[in-house]
Design a protein around this ligand. Structure first.
Ligand code: ZN
Length: 226
């Protein structure tokens, strides 16, 4: 604390730049008028409540309010054969809300690299991560073979998240559920590689897609028929 308020002594490993630097200078401006009373104890306060106290109940209601829009959009994105969490994932994908590296970079997040963490051959866009990455395409090839469907070339994200994709005429809902489970598992395993260092294993991921499809779709079809 100096004569003119707070003074900072930084020791950066990497100099902040771009949006981080802008946010840092805003923070310093905000703190420049702060004064600390050494006679008072430090304490945490939560800005979202009037009394400064954190409660899970209030946090829940804030989250509910914030996600209300998404929930109402879910009404137009329904497939009764899969769990809600997969529908929410597809909704996030449609709205480009998955934190692939190029999307994070666009939002000013300072990243070491924007290359695909799975193949390291290309930039990690949403379409690359879920469709065109050579490892993701291996999964789609296996899904096509499993369903004896001719692979008509790389899909787009719109193809996969909507009903535009050529479908086996007898079971469009099941095929759509399967595509969504495929996208969900590819993303989940991409995250396992990024955050847990788990190696990508195409046969295992394909097995996971098959198992989840049987588990989720078969159970729900039984429920719908009951
Ligand atoms: Zn890749």
């Amino acid at each position: 604390m100096g004569a003119e308020g707070l003074e900072f002594s930084w020791c950066w490993q990497r100099q902040p730049k771009g949006r981080t630097a802008t946010e840092l200078s805003s923070l310093c401006r905000l703190l420049s008028t702060a004064s600390l009373d050494h006679n008072l104890k430090d304490s945490w306060t939560w800005a979202f409540s009037n009394n400064g106290l954190f409660t899970v109940k209030l946090l829940n209601s804030i989250i509910d309010e914030q996600t209300m829009d998404s929930t109402s959009q879910l009404a137009t994105l329904r497939n009764n054969l899969i769990p809600k969490k997969v529908e929410v994932f597809i909704l996030r994908t449609q709205h480009k809300r998955l934190p692939v590296k190029t999307e994070l970079d666009k939002r000013g997040i300072d990243l070491h690299s924007v290359r695909c963490p799975v193949c390291d051959d290309d930039l990690e866009s949403l379409e690359h991560a879920l469709i065109t990455c050579k490892y993701a395409s291996e999964i789609w090839d296996r899904i096509h073979k499993w369903w004896s469907i001719r692979n008509t070339g790389p899909y787009t994200l719109v193809d996969l998240t909507s009903n535009n994709c050529p479908v086996p005429s007898s079971s469009p809902d099941v095929w759509q559920a399967l595509k969504w489970i495929g996208l969900y598992c590819i993303w989940k395993n991409r995250n396992h590689k990024v955050f847990k260092g788990k190696p990508w294993n195409t046969p295992m991921i394909f097995n996971e897609i098959q198992s989840l499809s049987y588990l989720w779709i078969a159970n729900r079809v039984r429920g719908l028929l009951a």
